[in-house]
Design a protein around this ligand. Structure first.
Ligand code: PMP
Length: 433
C-alpha cells in the first residue's frame, strides 16, 4: 500500500541472517497441516503496517488474526516486555506465587462483565483457556454435558475441537472426539432449539454443565446475533442451572468498542474465555469465572507450566494500559463505523457481488455471493497491499489493530473497494465470454 506518511521504524534495513528468504520460502520443512492464505512473509511490523521479506509494506487488516490489538510493536508494550525480560523471563505460576501473575489477574478481573466477584486462570492460548473452562464447569456443576453452536470455533485441542463445529476438516480423522458435547444452530436461529429439541430428545438439561457461545461468531463468518438473542439464551441457562460460557477469544479486549462483546447485550456470563488480543501478540489466554465456581475446585486440580508466564503478563498489563490511555475502544467504534458505512456503500455499488456487510467496531465481515469471490477478493487485496482473511462461508473478515488511524481506515476501504470491483468485473467478463 502507499506508505506516503512517515513510518520511521520500517525504513532501516533489516538485520538478520543472509539466506533467510530461501529458508522462509522452503515450505518443505513445515507441517503441511498449515495452509497459507497467500504468499505473505512478514518479518517486521509497526502500527498497522507489516513489512515482508522483500521490503514490501502491507496495511494489516488481519492483525495476526485479531491478536495485535495495540498495533505492531507498540512502544509501551515493547518497553514492558523488554523490562520484564530483563528482570525475570520465567517462573511457573503452577507451583509458585508470581506477583505479576496476580497483578494481571487483578487487572483482568476488574474488566469482567459478570457483576459479581471473579477469579482468573491464565493460559498460553485460546484453546487451553477453553479446555480449562470446560474442566471447571464440569467440576463445579458435577454435570458431564456441554453445548456449543454450529459454526463455532473454540480451538484445536480435544475438548475445544469437539466444541468447534464449523468445518468438517477440524474433526475428520481425529475421532473419537470428547464425549458429552452437543450442538445447536447459532443465530439467527432461536436459542429455543435447546429446550424444543436438545432437552426433549437428546439430553436431560440437569446433566448439562454449560453452554459455550461466541457473542459474535468469529471463524464462522463474523455473525452478529440479533438483539435479544443472548438474553433468551441466558434465560434458558438460568431455568436449568446451566453455566453460560462466553468465548471472547476473538471478539474481546476492546475490539467491538466495549471491552467484551457480550456487554453489548447486557447479558452476564458465568465464565469468560479470552486470548488473542489480550497481550498484543505474546502468548496469553485466560478464563475468568464467578468466584464461587472457581473456588469449587481444589488446589492443584488444574495447572500449566507456562500459562501466565511473566513476560506475557507484562505485555497483558501494558495492553490494558494502552487501551485505556489511548481510548482504543472509542477508536474501534469510530473507525469501525467509518468502515461499515463505506462498505455498505460498496455493497450498494456491487449488489450482485456483496451480499452482506456486518460487524461491530473493528470486527467486520463482508459476505459475498459465492465463496469463489471471497477467495479472489482476498488475493486481489493482497496484490494491492491490503491484508484480509476469509472466514466462514463466502466471508472476508477485517480485524485491524485497535490503533487504526482514520487515514489507514480510508486507505484500506479504498483498496478493498478496488479489489471487489476488479473481481466483480472479471467475473462479469468471464460470464459474458
Ligand atoms: N476461540 C475462538 C473464538 C477463536 O477464534 C479461537 C482462535 N481462532 C480460539 C478459541 C482458539 O484460540 P488459539 O488459536 O489461541 O488456541
Amino acid at each position: 500500500f502507499d506508505a506516503s506518511r512517515p513510518v520511521p521504524d520500517l525504513r532501516t534495513p533489516l538485520p538478520g541472517p543472509a539466506g533467510r528468504a530461501a529458508v522462509a520460502l522452503d515450505a518443505s520443512v513445515t507441517s503441511p497441516s498449515l495452509p497459507r492464505a497467500y504468499p505473505m512473509t512478514p518479518v517486521r511490523g509497526y502500527g498497522s503496517a507489516i513489512e515482508d521479506l522483500d521490503g514490501n509494506l502491507f496495511l494489516d487488516f488481519n492483525a495476526g488474526i485479531a491478536v495485535n490489538s495495540t498495533g505492531h510493536a507498540h512502544p509501551t508494550v515493547v518497553a514492558a516486555v523488554r523490562e520484564q525480560a530483563e528482570n525475570l523471563l520465567h517462573y511457573s505460576a503452577s507451583d509458585f506465587f508470581l506477583p505479576i501473575y496476580a497483578e494481571y489477574c487483578r487487572a483482568l478481573t476488574a474488566t469482567a462483565p459478570m457483576g459479581v466477584p471473579t477469579r482468573a486462570f491464565l493460559t498460553n492460548s485460546g484453546a487451553e483457556a477453553v479446555e480449562g473452562a470446560l474442566k471447571l464447569v464440569r467440576f463445579a456443576t458435577g454435570r458431564p454435558y456441554a453445548i456449543s453452536f454450529f459454526g463455532a470455533f473454540h480451538g484445536r485441542s480435544f475438548g475445544a475441537m469437539t466444541l468447534t463445529a464449523s468445518k468438517a476438516k477440524y474433526h475428520s480423522g481425529f475421532g473419537p472426539l470428547l464425549p458429552g458435547i452437543l450442538h445447536a444452530p447459532y443465530a439467527p436461529a432461536s436459542p429455543s432449539y435447546l429446550e424444543d429439541v436438545l432437552f426433549r430428545f437428546q439430553v436431560d438439561p440437569r446433566e448439562v454443565a454449560a453452554v459455550f457461545v461466541e457473542p459474535i461468531q468469529g471463524e464462522g463468518g463474523y455473525i452478529v446475533p440479533p438483539p435479544g438473542w443472548m438474553a433468551r439464551l441466558r434465560e434458558i441457562c438460568d431455568r436449568h442451572g446451566i453455566m453460560l460460557v462466553a468465548d471472547e477469544v476473538q471478539s474481546g479486549m476492546g475490539r467491538t468498542g466495549k471491552m467484551w462483546a457480550i456487554e453489548h447485550t447486557g447479558v452476564r456470563p458465568d465464565v469468560l474465555i479470552t486470548a488473542k488480543g489480550i497481550a498484543s501478540g505474546l502468548p496469553l489466554g485466560a478464563f475468568v469465572a464467578r468466584a464461587d465456581l472457581m473456588e469449587s475446585w481444589p488446589m492443584g486440580a488444574h495447572g500449566s507450566t507456562y500459562g501466565g508466564s511473566p513476560v506475557p503478563c507484562a505485555a497483558g498489563l501494558a495492553t490494558l494500559r494502552v487501551i485505556a490511555e489511548e481510548n482504543l475502544m472509542a477508536n474501534a467504534t469510530a473507525q469501525g463505523d467509518f468502515l461499515l458505512t463505506g462498505l455498505r456503500e460498496l455493497a450498494e455499488r456491487e449488489p450482485g457481488t456483496v451480499r452482506d456487510v456486518r460487524g461491530v467496531g473493528l470486527m467486520i465481515g463482508v459476505e459475498f455471493a459465492d465463496g469463489r469471490v471471497a477467495g479472489l477478493v482476498q488475493q486481489a487485496c493482497f496484490q494491492r497491499g491490503l491484508l484480509v482473511l476469509e472466514a466462514g462461508e463466502n466471508v472476508v473478515r477485517m480485524s485491524p489493530p485497535l490503533t487504526l488511524t482514520r487515514q489507514d481506515a480510508a486507505t484500506g476501504l479504498r483498496l478493498f473497494g478496488e479489489a471487489v470491483s476488479e473481481v466483480a468485473a472479471d467475473l462479469r467478463m468471464s460470464r459474458d465470454l
